[in-house]
Each structure stands twice: as C-alpha cells, then as structure tokens.
Design a protein around this ligand. Structure first.
Ligand code: SF4
Ligand code: SF4
Length: 73
C-alpha cells in the first residue's frame, strides 16, 4: 500500500495533535517542524478528521486495484 500525505504547512499551527495521535508515528516533530514518514502510514485517515486546521489530506496511490461486481440473479 502506497500512501501520499499532503500536509499544508501554510495553515498547520503545529498543535502536535497528529504527532501525538497517529498510531504509527507517521508524524514526527523535529526542530519545530512536523516531519512526515509516509512509509509508516496505514491509511486509517484518522488524522484528516482530527486535524483542527484541516491541514492533512491522505491519498492512496496503489495502482492496479480492481473491483469486482457480482450480480446475484
Ligand atoms: S494536527 Fe493539523 S494543525 Fe496540528 S500539527 Fe498536525 S497538521 Fe498541524
Ligand atoms: S492516516 Fe492514520 S496512520 Fe496515516 S498518518 Fe493519519 S493517523 Fe497516521
């Protein structure tokens, strides 16, 4: 699973909620900057909801996913 995390630093107020909350420590506070470790993300999307500034967007980049639709007659 490949995940892309968009963090809008123009509106992020560095409240650290995402750092404290993310279950896989994807966000890390280093030198007063929020660093993102995308490879750790499990795509739970909780941080998108949690962020009070709506500064986070998570996208799934996996290609080749297929959806099978079965019709029951
Ligand atoms: S929760 Fe949102 S506003 Fe707070 S540090 Fe994280 S990205 Fe920035
Ligand atoms: S989607 Fe979940 S695992 Fe990924 S950064 Fe947000 S809270 Fe962490």
């Amino acid at each position: 699973m490949r995940v892309k995390i968009y963090l809008n630093r123009d509106i992020c107020n560095k409240c650290k909620l995402c750092v404290d909350y993310c279950p896989t420590s994807t966000f890390v506070l280093e030198s007063e900057e929020i660093k993102v470790r995308e490879e750790r993300c499990i795509y739970c999307k909780s941080c998108e909801v949690l962020c009070p500034k709506k500064a986070i967007r998570i996208a799934l980049l996996d290609e080749g996913l297929t959806i099978e639709v079965h019709r029951v007659l």
